[in-house]
Write a protein that binds this ligand. Structure first.
Ligand SMILES: NC(=O)c1ccc[n+]([C@@H]2O[C@H](COP(=O)([O-])OP(=O)(O)OC[C@H]3O[C@@H](n4cnc5c(N)ncnc54)[C@H](OP(=O)(O)O)[C@@H]3O)[C@@H](O)[C@H]2O)c1
Length: 342
Protein backbone atom coordinates (compact mmCIF):
# COMPACT_ATOMS: atom_id res chain seq x y z
CA UNK A 1 0.00 0.00 0.00
CA UNK A 2 1.28 3.47 -0.88
CA UNK A 3 1.34 5.38 2.44
CA UNK A 4 0.62 8.68 0.63
CA UNK A 5 -2.75 7.41 -0.59
CA UNK A 6 -6.02 7.32 1.30
CA UNK A 7 -7.98 4.16 0.53
CA UNK A 8 -11.71 4.50 1.10
CA UNK A 9 -14.61 2.12 0.74
CA UNK A 10 -17.58 3.92 -0.73
CA UNK A 11 -21.20 2.95 -1.30
CA UNK A 12 -21.35 2.05 -5.01
CA UNK A 13 -25.03 1.04 -5.04
CA UNK A 14 -27.79 0.57 -2.49
CA UNK A 15 -28.15 -3.12 -1.60
CA UNK A 16 -31.45 -4.85 -2.23
CA UNK A 17 -31.68 -7.75 0.20
CA UNK A 18 -28.31 -9.12 1.22
CA UNK A 19 -25.51 -6.69 0.32
CA UNK A 20 -23.32 -7.79 -2.60
CA UNK A 21 -19.61 -7.13 -3.11
CA UNK A 22 -20.56 -4.85 -6.00
CA UNK A 23 -22.44 -2.53 -3.60
CA UNK A 24 -19.04 -1.50 -2.20
CA UNK A 25 -16.06 -0.02 -4.04
CA UNK A 26 -12.52 0.57 -2.84
CA UNK A 27 -11.18 3.85 -4.24
CA UNK A 28 -7.95 5.77 -3.74
CA UNK A 29 -7.75 9.45 -2.97
CA UNK A 30 -5.25 11.94 -1.64
CA UNK A 31 -4.82 12.21 2.10
CA UNK A 32 -7.02 15.10 3.28
CA UNK A 33 -5.58 18.18 4.96
CA UNK A 34 -6.94 19.25 8.33
CA UNK A 35 -8.52 22.70 8.59
CA UNK A 36 -8.56 24.87 11.71
CA UNK A 37 -9.87 22.95 14.74
CA UNK A 38 -9.41 19.71 12.82
CA UNK A 39 -6.93 16.86 13.13
CA UNK A 40 -5.66 14.28 10.64
CA UNK A 41 -6.32 10.73 11.78
CA UNK A 42 -4.86 7.38 10.75
CA UNK A 43 -7.38 4.60 11.26
CA UNK A 44 -6.13 1.69 13.35
CA UNK A 45 -9.38 -0.21 14.01
CA UNK A 46 -12.76 0.06 12.32
CA UNK A 47 -15.86 -1.25 14.06
CA UNK A 48 -18.36 -3.18 11.94
CA UNK A 49 -21.87 -3.02 13.37
CA UNK A 50 -25.32 -4.19 12.26
CA UNK A 51 -26.73 -0.62 12.20
CA UNK A 52 -24.58 0.05 9.12
CA UNK A 53 -27.03 -2.01 7.06
CA UNK A 54 -29.65 0.68 7.74
CA UNK A 55 -27.25 3.42 6.64
CA UNK A 56 -26.83 1.72 3.25
CA UNK A 57 -30.57 2.04 2.64
CA UNK A 58 -32.38 5.23 1.65
CA UNK A 59 -35.39 4.26 3.81
CA UNK A 60 -36.31 6.83 6.44
CA UNK A 61 -34.71 6.01 9.79
CA UNK A 62 -33.37 7.65 12.93
CA UNK A 63 -30.13 8.59 11.13
CA UNK A 64 -29.21 9.91 7.68
CA UNK A 65 -28.24 7.28 5.09
CA UNK A 66 -24.76 7.17 3.55
CA UNK A 67 -24.89 9.04 0.22
CA UNK A 68 -24.21 7.07 -2.95
CA UNK A 69 -20.49 7.48 -3.57
CA UNK A 70 -19.92 8.44 0.08
CA UNK A 71 -17.51 6.76 2.48
CA UNK A 72 -19.33 4.18 4.62
CA UNK A 73 -19.66 5.42 8.17
CA UNK A 74 -18.28 3.65 11.21
CA UNK A 75 -16.76 4.03 14.64
CA UNK A 76 -12.97 3.95 14.70
CA UNK A 77 -9.89 3.99 16.86
CA UNK A 78 -7.34 6.24 15.22
CA UNK A 79 -3.91 7.67 15.82
CA UNK A 80 -3.54 11.44 15.55
CA UNK A 81 -1.12 12.20 12.69
CA UNK A 82 -1.32 16.00 12.52
CA UNK A 83 -2.90 18.35 15.00
CA UNK A 84 -3.00 22.12 15.13
CA UNK A 85 -5.36 21.77 18.09
CA UNK A 86 -4.27 22.30 21.69
CA UNK A 87 -4.71 19.17 23.77
CA UNK A 88 -4.26 16.69 20.91
CA UNK A 89 -0.79 15.74 19.75
CA UNK A 90 0.51 13.34 17.10
CA UNK A 91 0.52 9.82 18.50
CA UNK A 92 -2.59 10.28 20.65
CA UNK A 93 -5.18 7.51 20.29
CA UNK A 94 -8.75 8.66 19.81
CA UNK A 95 -12.22 7.21 19.49
CA UNK A 96 -14.04 8.80 16.57
CA UNK A 97 -16.22 8.18 13.57
CA UNK A 98 -13.76 8.17 10.67
CA UNK A 99 -15.57 5.48 8.67
CA UNK A 100 -14.26 2.92 6.22
CA UNK A 101 -10.99 4.62 5.20
CA UNK A 102 -7.29 4.81 6.02
CA UNK A 103 -7.18 8.51 6.90
CA UNK A 104 -9.76 11.11 7.85
CA UNK A 105 -9.90 14.68 9.06
CA UNK A 106 -12.16 15.24 12.02
CA UNK A 107 -13.22 18.05 14.30
CA UNK A 108 -11.25 17.72 17.50
CA UNK A 109 -14.42 18.37 19.49
CA UNK A 110 -15.95 15.08 18.33
CA UNK A 111 -13.05 12.89 19.46
CA UNK A 112 -12.41 11.14 22.76
CA UNK A 113 -8.84 10.44 23.80
CA UNK A 114 -8.25 6.81 24.77
CA UNK A 115 -5.85 5.85 27.53
CA UNK A 116 -4.28 2.56 26.37
CA UNK A 117 -3.06 1.81 29.89
CA UNK A 118 -6.64 1.43 31.22
CA UNK A 119 -7.81 -1.34 28.86
CA UNK A 120 -6.89 -2.73 25.43
CA UNK A 121 -7.77 0.02 22.94
CA UNK A 122 -10.14 -2.20 20.96
CA UNK A 123 -12.49 -2.37 23.95
CA UNK A 124 -13.44 1.25 23.21
CA UNK A 125 -15.37 -0.09 20.20
CA UNK A 126 -16.83 -3.09 21.99
CA UNK A 127 -17.38 -4.02 25.60
CA UNK A 128 -16.45 -0.49 26.80
CA UNK A 129 -17.86 1.25 23.75
CA UNK A 130 -21.16 1.66 21.96
CA UNK A 131 -22.22 -2.04 22.07
CA UNK A 132 -21.39 -2.45 25.77
CA UNK A 133 -23.24 0.74 26.61
CA UNK A 134 -26.24 -0.45 24.57
CA UNK A 135 -26.35 -3.61 26.67
CA UNK A 136 -25.93 -1.80 29.98
CA UNK A 137 -28.47 0.96 29.35
CA UNK A 138 -31.08 -1.14 27.58
CA UNK A 139 -31.01 -3.95 30.12
CA UNK A 140 -30.98 -1.83 33.28
CA UNK A 141 -33.29 1.02 32.24
CA UNK A 142 -35.90 -0.99 30.35
CA UNK A 143 -35.36 -4.64 31.28
CA UNK A 144 -35.00 -3.87 35.00
CA UNK A 145 -33.84 -7.41 35.85
CA UNK A 146 -34.63 -8.58 39.39
CA UNK A 147 -32.81 -11.31 41.34
CA UNK A 148 -34.22 -14.75 40.53
CA UNK A 149 -35.90 -13.66 37.28
CA UNK A 150 -35.21 -15.30 33.92
CA UNK A 151 -33.50 -13.13 31.31
CA UNK A 152 -33.19 -14.28 27.69
CA UNK A 153 -30.97 -12.64 25.08
CA UNK A 154 -30.32 -13.55 21.45
CA UNK A 155 -27.09 -13.01 19.50
CA UNK A 156 -25.68 -14.00 22.89
CA UNK A 157 -22.05 -14.44 21.85
CA UNK A 158 -22.00 -11.06 20.12
CA UNK A 159 -20.97 -7.59 21.17
CA UNK A 160 -24.26 -6.56 22.80
CA UNK A 161 -25.74 -9.91 23.82
CA UNK A 162 -22.63 -11.13 25.63
CA UNK A 163 -22.67 -8.07 27.89
CA UNK A 164 -26.45 -8.21 28.47
CA UNK A 165 -26.24 -11.77 29.74
CA UNK A 166 -23.22 -11.21 31.96
CA UNK A 167 -24.78 -8.14 33.60
CA UNK A 168 -27.99 -10.10 34.17
CA UNK A 169 -25.93 -12.85 35.86
CA UNK A 170 -24.30 -10.23 38.08
CA UNK A 171 -27.82 -9.10 39.03
CA UNK A 172 -28.65 -12.63 40.19
CA UNK A 173 -30.85 -13.71 37.28
CA UNK A 174 -31.15 -17.02 35.48
CA UNK A 175 -29.72 -16.20 32.06
CA UNK A 176 -30.48 -18.06 28.87
CA UNK A 177 -28.67 -17.13 25.67
CA UNK A 178 -29.65 -17.88 22.10
CA UNK A 179 -26.88 -18.21 19.52
CA UNK A 180 -26.18 -19.76 16.15
CA UNK A 181 -24.30 -23.05 16.33
CA UNK A 182 -22.74 -25.34 18.93
CA UNK A 183 -19.41 -23.46 19.18
CA UNK A 184 -21.05 -20.16 20.03
CA UNK A 185 -23.42 -21.82 22.51
CA UNK A 186 -20.54 -23.59 24.27
CA UNK A 187 -18.64 -20.30 24.56
CA UNK A 188 -21.68 -18.52 25.99
CA UNK A 189 -22.08 -21.11 28.76
CA UNK A 190 -18.46 -22.11 29.43
CA UNK A 191 -16.71 -18.75 29.04
CA UNK A 192 -19.43 -16.18 29.71
CA UNK A 193 -21.17 -18.12 32.50
CA UNK A 194 -24.75 -18.10 31.17
CA UNK A 195 -26.96 -20.82 32.68
CA UNK A 196 -27.89 -22.18 29.26
CA UNK A 197 -27.63 -21.30 25.59
CA UNK A 198 -29.91 -22.62 22.86
CA UNK A 199 -28.90 -22.92 19.23
CA UNK A 200 -31.56 -21.17 17.12
CA UNK A 201 -30.58 -23.34 14.14
CA UNK A 202 -31.88 -26.50 15.87
CA UNK A 203 -35.09 -27.83 14.36
CA UNK A 204 -36.55 -28.16 17.87
CA UNK A 205 -35.40 -24.68 18.90
CA UNK A 206 -38.75 -23.50 20.36
CA UNK A 207 -39.11 -26.65 22.49
CA UNK A 208 -35.50 -26.46 23.71
CA UNK A 209 -35.93 -22.77 24.63
CA UNK A 210 -39.09 -23.56 26.59
CA UNK A 211 -37.36 -26.28 28.57
CA UNK A 212 -34.43 -23.94 29.35
CA UNK A 213 -36.94 -21.43 30.77
CA UNK A 214 -39.06 -23.58 33.14
CA UNK A 215 -40.37 -20.48 34.95
CA UNK A 216 -41.01 -18.51 31.75
CA UNK A 217 -39.22 -15.33 30.66
CA UNK A 218 -39.27 -12.07 32.65
CA UNK A 219 -36.90 -10.04 30.46
CA UNK A 220 -36.31 -10.67 26.78
CA UNK A 221 -33.57 -8.45 25.34
CA UNK A 222 -34.54 -8.32 21.66
CA UNK A 223 -31.57 -8.26 19.26
CA UNK A 224 -32.93 -10.37 16.47
CA UNK A 225 -36.69 -10.60 15.79
CA UNK A 226 -37.97 -13.14 13.25
CA UNK A 227 -38.24 -16.80 14.21
CA UNK A 228 -36.43 -16.23 17.52
CA UNK A 229 -39.07 -13.74 18.62
CA UNK A 230 -41.82 -16.17 17.60
CA UNK A 231 -40.36 -18.77 19.97
CA UNK A 232 -39.97 -16.27 22.82
CA UNK A 233 -43.43 -14.66 22.72
CA UNK A 234 -45.43 -17.59 24.20
CA UNK A 235 -42.91 -17.87 27.06
CA UNK A 236 -43.17 -14.27 28.27
CA UNK A 237 -44.46 -14.01 31.85
CA UNK A 238 -46.98 -11.53 33.19
CA UNK A 239 -45.40 -8.06 33.32
CA UNK A 240 -42.35 -9.15 31.30
CA UNK A 241 -40.15 -6.40 29.88
CA UNK A 242 -38.76 -6.42 26.34
CA UNK A 243 -36.06 -3.86 25.51
CA UNK A 244 -36.22 -3.76 21.70
CA UNK A 245 -32.62 -3.17 20.74
CA UNK A 246 -32.29 -4.63 17.25
CA UNK A 247 -34.00 -6.82 14.65
CA UNK A 248 -31.03 -8.16 12.73
CA UNK A 249 -32.98 -11.11 11.27
CA UNK A 250 -34.86 -8.63 9.07
CA UNK A 251 -32.15 -6.09 8.17
CA UNK A 252 -31.73 -7.63 4.71
CA UNK A 253 -35.48 -8.12 4.17
CA UNK A 254 -37.10 -6.73 1.04
CA UNK A 255 -40.73 -5.72 0.49
CA UNK A 256 -41.31 -9.12 -1.15
CA UNK A 257 -40.21 -10.85 2.07
CA UNK A 258 -43.04 -9.20 4.01
CA UNK A 259 -45.54 -11.95 3.27
CA UNK A 260 -47.09 -14.57 5.53
CA UNK A 261 -49.79 -14.34 8.18
CA UNK A 262 -50.39 -11.02 9.93
CA UNK A 263 -49.15 -11.61 13.51
CA UNK A 264 -50.17 -8.20 14.81
CA UNK A 265 -53.31 -9.42 16.55
CA UNK A 266 -51.52 -12.25 18.37
CA UNK A 267 -48.71 -9.93 19.50
CA UNK A 268 -51.08 -7.18 20.65
CA UNK A 269 -53.21 -9.71 22.49
CA UNK A 270 -50.13 -11.02 24.34
CA UNK A 271 -49.12 -7.45 25.22
CA UNK A 272 -52.59 -6.74 26.59
CA UNK A 273 -53.34 -9.93 28.47
CA UNK A 274 -49.80 -10.31 29.90
CA UNK A 275 -49.32 -6.56 30.56
CA UNK A 276 -46.05 -6.68 28.63
CA UNK A 277 -43.73 -3.70 28.25
CA UNK A 278 -42.06 -3.37 24.86
CA UNK A 279 -39.75 -0.38 24.58
CA UNK A 280 -37.53 0.44 21.63
CA UNK A 281 -34.37 2.43 22.27
CA UNK A 282 -31.25 3.78 20.62
CA UNK A 283 -28.13 3.88 22.77
CA UNK A 284 -27.80 7.64 22.26
CA UNK A 285 -31.02 8.03 24.29
CA UNK A 286 -28.85 7.30 27.32
CA UNK A 287 -25.86 9.53 26.51
CA UNK A 288 -26.07 11.03 30.01
CA UNK A 289 -25.19 7.61 31.50
CA UNK A 290 -21.91 7.23 29.63
CA UNK A 291 -19.66 7.99 32.60
CA UNK A 292 -21.62 5.69 34.89
CA UNK A 293 -21.40 2.94 32.24
CA UNK A 294 -17.64 3.37 31.81
CA UNK A 295 -16.99 3.27 35.53
CA UNK A 296 -19.29 0.33 36.27
CA UNK A 297 -18.57 -1.91 33.30
CA UNK A 298 -14.89 -0.84 33.24
CA UNK A 299 -14.54 -2.16 36.79
CA UNK A 300 -16.32 -5.41 35.87
CA UNK A 301 -14.01 -5.93 32.89
CA UNK A 302 -10.91 -5.22 34.99
CA UNK A 303 -11.91 -7.62 37.77
CA UNK A 304 -12.91 -10.35 35.30
CA UNK A 305 -16.65 -10.26 36.09
CA UNK A 306 -17.32 -9.44 32.45
CA UNK A 307 -15.45 -11.18 29.66
CA UNK A 308 -15.43 -10.30 26.01
CA UNK A 309 -14.43 -11.83 22.72
CA UNK A 310 -13.30 -9.96 19.62
CA UNK A 311 -13.29 -11.14 16.02
CA UNK A 312 -10.63 -9.10 14.23
CA UNK A 313 -10.18 -9.26 10.46
CA UNK A 314 -7.05 -7.89 8.81
CA UNK A 315 -7.16 -5.10 6.23
CA UNK A 316 -9.61 -2.42 5.15
CA UNK A 317 -10.26 -4.28 1.91
CA UNK A 318 -11.82 -7.13 3.95
CA UNK A 319 -14.50 -4.86 5.45
CA UNK A 320 -17.30 -5.55 2.91
CA UNK A 321 -16.99 -9.34 3.17
CA UNK A 322 -16.74 -9.20 6.96
CA UNK A 323 -19.77 -6.93 7.14
CA UNK A 324 -21.80 -9.23 4.92
CA UNK A 325 -20.81 -12.10 7.21
CA UNK A 326 -21.99 -10.18 10.29
CA UNK A 327 -25.52 -10.10 8.88
CA UNK A 328 -25.62 -13.90 8.67
CA UNK A 329 -23.77 -14.75 11.87
CA UNK A 330 -20.30 -15.47 10.47
CA UNK A 331 -18.64 -13.30 13.14
CA UNK A 332 -17.81 -14.78 16.53
CA UNK A 333 -17.54 -11.88 18.98
CA UNK A 334 -17.28 -8.13 18.46
CA UNK A 335 -16.36 -7.63 14.80
CA UNK A 336 -13.46 -5.26 14.09
CA UNK A 337 -11.19 -4.57 11.14
CA UNK A 338 -7.51 -3.87 11.82
CA UNK A 339 -6.87 -1.18 9.23
CA UNK A 340 -3.34 -0.38 10.29
CA UNK A 341 -1.01 -1.79 12.91
CA UNK A 342 0.43 1.60 13.90
N1 LIG B 1 -30.54 0.10 19.68
C1 LIG B 1 -29.24 0.39 19.65
O1 LIG B 1 -28.82 1.51 19.98
C2 LIG B 1 -28.27 -0.67 19.22
C3 LIG B 1 -26.89 -0.48 19.38
C4 LIG B 1 -26.02 -1.53 19.03
C5 LIG B 1 -26.53 -2.71 18.48
N2 LIG B 1 -27.88 -2.83 18.31
C6 LIG B 1 -28.45 -4.07 17.79
O2 LIG B 1 -28.06 -5.13 18.63
C7 LIG B 1 -28.04 -6.35 17.88
C8 LIG B 1 -26.70 -7.05 18.12
O3 LIG B 1 -25.66 -6.22 17.62
P1 LIG B 1 -24.13 -6.61 17.88
O4 LIG B 1 -23.33 -5.44 17.48
O5 LIG B 1 -23.99 -7.17 19.23
O6 LIG B 1 -23.89 -7.74 16.77
P2 LIG B 1 -23.28 -9.19 17.01
O7 LIG B 1 -24.19 -9.93 17.93
O8 LIG B 1 -21.86 -9.08 17.41
O9 LIG B 1 -23.37 -9.83 15.57
C9 LIG B 1 -24.59 -10.03 14.93
C10 LIG B 1 -25.16 -11.42 15.29
O10 LIG B 1 -26.54 -11.46 14.99
C11 LIG B 1 -26.92 -12.80 14.85
N3 LIG B 1 -27.84 -12.96 13.70
C12 LIG B 1 -27.66 -12.52 12.45
N4 LIG B 1 -28.71 -12.89 11.69
C13 LIG B 1 -29.55 -13.58 12.50
C14 LIG B 1 -30.80 -14.22 12.31
N5 LIG B 1 -31.42 -14.22 11.13
N6 LIG B 1 -31.39 -14.84 13.37
C15 LIG B 1 -30.78 -14.86 14.57
N7 LIG B 1 -29.59 -14.26 14.80
C16 LIG B 1 -28.99 -13.63 13.79
C17 LIG B 1 -25.65 -13.61 14.60
O11 LIG B 1 -25.37 -14.34 15.77
P3 LIG B 1 -25.74 -15.88 15.87
O12 LIG B 1 -24.83 -16.60 14.90
O13 LIG B 1 -25.49 -16.20 17.27
O14 LIG B 1 -27.19 -16.00 15.48
C18 LIG B 1 -24.59 -12.53 14.42
O15 LIG B 1 -23.33 -12.97 14.82
C19 LIG B 1 -28.29 -5.96 16.42
O16 LIG B 1 -29.66 -6.16 16.14
C20 LIG B 1 -27.98 -4.48 16.42
O17 LIG B 1 -28.65 -3.79 15.38
C21 LIG B 1 -28.74 -1.83 18.65
Amino acid sequence: MNPAINRKIILASRPVGEPADSDFRLVEDVIPQPGPDQVLLRTLYLSLDPYMRGRLSAAKSYAEPVALGGVIVGGTISRVVESPVAGLVPGDLVLGYAGWQDYAVAAAAGLQVIDPTLAPVTTALGVLGMPGMTAYCGLLNIGKPQRGETVVVAAASGAVGSVVGQIARLKGCRVVGIAGGARKCAFVVDELGFDACIDHQRPDFAVALASACPRGIDVYFENVGGAVFDAVLPLLNMFARVPVCGLIASYNATAEDATGPDRTRAVMRAILTHRLTFRGFIVSDYAAQRQEFLETVGAWVRDGSIRYREDIVEGLEQAPAAFRGLLRGANFGKLLVRVSAA
